[in-house]
Design a protein around this ligand. Structure first.
Ligand code: FSO
Ligand code: SF4
Length: 544
């Protein structure tokens, strides 16, 4: 039994880069942490049952993905919602057992009886992270669980657009079930790398779902200033929510602004020319408290990253889907694929002041793989002529650590013949700086959200093909990744699956990687911790 009040080390901001043991740096308290542990255990039980019946049906797959997504850092702080997930999970598992007469010996995770919140809290200490004693086994199991959370997030978005992949659901449950088994370290490493392959698949699935629904992202200018009408701010990653909000606000006199990971909404043909989609407001998620205060109108959080709201905007904040916060209004998911009802936000907006201007000017983005591949000749010529010496992938997440200033410095220090490829909220550290261009190719190419790291992989593979290279590592590309939450763990595994070596990672190495697992990653993939910006820039420009 664990000695701490709680134990969580799933994100980059974990206390002392070791683990949150009293309360989470993110605001998750010990009770919530215990409920997360319980929910995870129930999901493992469902997965064990799925393994026993040899399949994962769509409803079970969707339930598992939504539940996993709800446990991602800064997604849902509502204990009642997590308790509901636990109860529903037990009921789904029991139905599976009944339908398939699974009366044999199943792992303990498939045996929990329905109970009260107190029951789940009392059981949690026996099933949490520290219940696995061997630190390498714990590390590999947790790495796999965090990758599952990332995969689940992307599967959730794809599913919202009608794209479900039964194989992704099947993989998710097989990975979760594997964490209940005594496997060799080699087998666990193989499973973790397999999760990298599934991440590539699910990012491709989401890329297809997004582009089918809203068109192929185009190079677009995005306004950073504000208009004179009241507005609604939409944050998070769910493009369908953006679509439905734009439709419902059209003609109402209420404008829409994107925040953080919703910025790439402006790159899609379906959205970019809508006049009431005025611009992007603010920067990365961790600045939200002051930005939401100044926005003056309603704010819709479609996914993480959500922080405890200040009182001055709490009443203007709305969660939806898997996000939640106690006392904050929640827009319910719709049944049967109908749109959600955003009328309460729209009515509220009408009586609000327009947003207070934070900045002005414009930024350019929309360099998804379709756009960059369309520019392939230009890019290839620039590489051949030596005008472009190197691409540096600086994708991933932003966060609060002051050491993240490293990424701004790298962006500023890279020489003029280096091009930055970015995706995710990491870009807010440097996307408003003037990087100039190389023969008309901007030196900062933003592909979009963190899942659009898929675009960066497609671009790299395309360049490998054009230059007729055997190995992706022979390309003039370096990877300098900022990570924060569990989607980044999945994306990192995706890069490893694609054979990328020499990735720099920061601002810290994940606390959930044990020294033994770090050794394996260093030996096989040459993963490194970021160092001084100038030194890293010099090494990256030398291909090291
Ligand atoms: Fe950022 Fe948050 Fe997109 Fe994450 S807003 S940190 S990796 O949720 O998913 O990049
Ligand atoms: Fe700590 Fe991060 Fe876990 Fe929150 S999600 S409790 S900050 S490790």
């Amino acid at each position: 039994m664990r000695k701490n009040n709680m134990f969580c080390y799933q994100c980059q901001e974990t206390s002392r880069n070791s683990g949150c043991v009293d309360t989470g740096v993110c605001g998750k308290d010990s009770e919530m942490s215990a409920l997360h542990d319980s929910l995870l255990y129930v999901l493992k039980g469902i997965s064990v049952a799925c393994e026993a019946v040899g399949g994962t049906d769509r409803n079970t797959g969707r339930f598992v993905t939504d539940s996993l997504f709800a446990t991602i850092t800064n997604a849902n702080f509502d204990k009642d919602r997590i308790c509901k997930f636990i109860a529903e999970g037990i009921s789904i598992r029991d139905q599976l057992k009944r339908e398939h007469s699974l009366n044999g010996e199943l792992h303990d995770s498939a045996q929990w009886a329905p109970g009260s919140r107190e029951d789940y809290l009392s059981k949690a200490p026996f099933v949490g992270v520290l219940s696995t004693e061997n630190e390498d086994v714990r590390s590999l199991r947790e790495l796999l669980v965090y990758a599952c959370k990332g995969i689940a997030a992307y599967a959730h978005h794809a599913s919202r657009l009608g794209s479900d992949d039964g194989e992704v659901y099947r993989k998710l449950t097989s990975y979760l079930a594997s964490t209940t088994e005594e496997l060799s370290v080699d087998d666990m490493i193989a499973t973790v790398l397999d999760a990298g392959e599934t991440t590539v698949k699910v990012m491709a699935l989401l890329d297809g779902a997004n582009t089918d629904a809203y068109g192929k992202p185009e190079i677009s200018e995005v306004n950073l200033g504000v208009g004179t009408r009241p507005g609604i701010l939409i944050s998070g990653h769910d493009l369908r929510d953006l679509d439905e909000l734009l439709k419902q606000t059209n003609g109402t006199g209420v404008d829409v602004y994107t925040h953080c990971e919703m910025l790439p909404g402006h790159y899609y043909p379906a959205f970019k020319n809508q006049e009431h989609l005025v611009g992007n407001y603010g920067g990365a998620w961790h600045e939200q408290k002051s930005e939401f205060s100044k926005f003056n109108g309603p704010i819709l959080m479609t996914t993480n990253c959500l922080l405890e709201p200040r009182d001055d905007y709490r009443d203007r904040l709305f969660t939806t889907s898997i996000t939640g916060f106690p006392g904050v209004k929640h827009v319910e998911d719709s049944e049967d694929g109908n749109p959600k009802d955003f009328s309460e936000l729209i009515e509220m907006a009408k009586s609000c002041e327009p947003p207070t201007e934070l900045e002005n000017g414009r930024i350019v983005g929309g360099f998804g793989h379709h756009q960059v591949v369309a520019l392939a000749d230009k890019v290839v010529n620039a590489v051949k002529s030596g005008a472009i010496k190197r691409f540096v992938v600086m994708a991933g997440c932003d966060g609060r650590h002051k050491e993240r200033g490293y990424f701004t410095e790298v962006a500023e220090t890279l020489p003029n013949d280096a091009v930055i490829l970015t995706a995710g909220c990491a870009k807010f550290r440097y996307n408003k700086l003037d990087h100039g261009d190389i023969d008309g190719i901007p030196r900062l190419l933003d592909a979009g959200q963190c899942n659009d790291c898929y675009s960066l992989a497609v671009i790299a593979l395309k360049l490998k093909e054009v230059f007729e290279l055997e190995d992706i590592n022979d390309l003039p590309i370096s990877f300098d990744i900022g990570w924060f939450e569990q989607k980044a763990a999945a994306v990192l595994l995706a890069l490893l699956h694609l054979g990328v070596k020499g990735i720099r990672l920061g601002p810290t190495l994940p606390a959930f990687l044990s020294p033994g697992v770090i050794d394996v990653l260093v030996k096989n993939f040459d993963i490194k911790l970021i160092d001084e910006p100038a030194k890293d820039v010099e090494l990256m420009m030398q291909g090291r």
